[in-house]
Design a protein around this ligand. Structure first.
Ligand code: AMP
Length: 443
């Protein structure tokens, strides 16, 4: 079987790495890929917003199975294009991908189907938005309707901040047409977690739970990023809560999409807030998370291509998946300036030394190979990922590996997994070398 992975980040590197272990795959390709992926799979350039271009490439590569990493190809309709041509692909159709492509669609869908979420209003113009502010109180959450690469959500603590967000999105058009409509919602309080399932043609499979770290600095300070790290540990989700999520969120979501004529297939990511009233959906993503995929793939013991094929063939429920009971942790190493304009072209060293320990894998995101050197080529550069027998040891090993890697301006969060330690009522001092140019001094 030939497999094509679409995308170019750490998530895609983790998928390709896992697919490499499969007994069922002959060739694995990636488009467009990155320097790390190119070491294990042949990479090809492709326009991720052009379904026709992706289908043509899959045809040329005789790909039996394609999996899309990011949302852009899905929202552009790559699955519809492949299905018309009878070529296997894992992911939702364009109609189903609206769950991520339009926050207003997602919220109205949840309301219709009784899926718990924050109270909200969809507004079409600035004046109406301002009028609604008093209904929600403060803080209030202002979200651009369309895709905004993580920049479309503002948690406004003051009326001024809320008005500014409405102005930025709706009048200044800071996100283009993504801000034509805005969702305003009540601010929820609780702990966030990510729950991802793979929905097949018949049946679905929950993946292990993860917790992401969106803010750039320790203790969730600073602006939001695409994700500065994630960890997976079964202790994140006690069985009772897990059942709650399955019954109140996952089942009604999949049943609702089917009943509304948009059956959902592929990875479905639910960003959840665990409130005092139970889990509530913050957002849906129609794909795997990045960096959540990296720790998830570290724990997966089953054959990934077998799981993906089973999802297409309606065999998922029968197959199931096997997971390592051990926790995994991914620390993202970012370029100076990230999540703003970031430096690129810096020489990266130490990857081999960092990976020399068992249980450590470094997934590439923004990297490029030029003139015999590995260079930084984006904001998020590497995901240093470890798996070990317990959470404190895993965190320690991930940071021990981090200490071996260097590039100018490198910064990272030093508290990935710390919420998990607090939950387990554990603490552990981790030694951090002094190589965090982009981070503020510790509080
Ligand atoms: P989203 O892209 O909708 O997940 O929003 C990005 C981040 O904003 C989330 O991960 C939360 O940290 C925060 N957020 C979004 N919606 C809410 C809400 N209703 N209440 C509190 N925080 C929220």
């Amino acid at each position: 079987m030939n497999v094509l992975v679409l995308g170019s980040g750490g998530r895609e590197h983790a998928l390709v790495w896992k697919l490499r272990e499969s007994q069922l795959t002959d060739d694995i390709f990636c488009a467009p890929g990155n320097a790390g992926i190119a070491q294990v799979a042949e990479c090809f350039p492709v326009d991720l917003t052009s379904p026709a271009a992706m289908l043509q490439l899959a045809g040329e590569l005789k790909a039996d199975l394609t999996v899309a990493g990011p949302e852009a190809p899905l929202v552009a309709g790559v699955v519809d294009e492949f299905e018309r041509a009878g070529r296997g692909i894992v992911g939702p159709t364009q109609a189903a991908a609206q769950l991520e492509g339009s926050k207003a669609f997602a919220k109205e869908f949840m309301l219709r189907n009784g899926i718990p979420t924050a109270r909200f209003a969809v507004v079409e113009d600035y004046a109406t938005g301002v009028k609604f502010l008093s209904e929600f109180g403060l803080p209030v959450v202002i979200k651009a309707d369309g895709l905004a690469a993580g920049k479309g959500v503002v948690v406004a603590r003051t009326r001024e901040e809320a008005e500014k967000a409405l102005d930025d999105f709706m009048i200044q058009k800071s996100l283009g047409s993504a801000g034509d409509r805005v969702v305003m919602e009540e601010c929820l309080v609780g702990e966030e977690l990510s729950f991802i399932v793979l929905a097949g043609k018949r049946g679905w499979l929950p993946l292990v739970p993860t917790q992401d770290h969106k803010a750039v600095f320790d203790d969730d300070r600073g602006p939001n990023t695409g994700g500065m790290g994630a960890y997976s540990d079964d202790s994140i989700l006690p069985e009772r809560l897990r059942k709650d999520i399955l019954h109140k969120v996952i089942e009604p979501t999949l049943a609702g999409m089917a009943a509304e004529g948009m059956p959902y297939y592929g990875f479905l990511y639910c960003g959840l807030m665990m409130t005092e009233e139970g889990p509530k959906v913050l957002e849906y993503n129609v794909r795997l998370g990045d960096p959540e995929t990296q720790p998830i793939m570290m724990r997966l013991r089953s054959d990934l291509s077998e799981i993906l094929m089973a999802s297409l063939e309606g065999q998922l429920a029968a197959l199931g998946a096997r997971w390592s009971p051990n926790p995994s942790v991914c620390v993202v190493l970012a370029s100076k300036g990230y999540p703003g304009r970031s430096e690129t072209g810096k020489v990266i060293t130490g990857i081999e030394a960092a990976e020399s320990r068992g249980g450590v894998k470094i997934f590439h995101a923004g990297t490029a190979f030029r003139d015999q050197q590995l260079l930084t080529a984006g904001g998020r550069v590497l995901g240093v990922t470890a798996i070990a027998e317990d959470l404190p040891t895993t965190i320690e090993q991930a940071y021990a590996a981090v200490s071996k890697v260097h590039f100018d301006g490198m910064h990272y969060r030093r508290d990935i997994g710390a919420k998990g330690l607090r939950r387990l009522k554990l603490t552990r001092e981790i030694h951090h070398p002094d190589n965090q140019a982009g981070n503020p001094p510790p509080a």
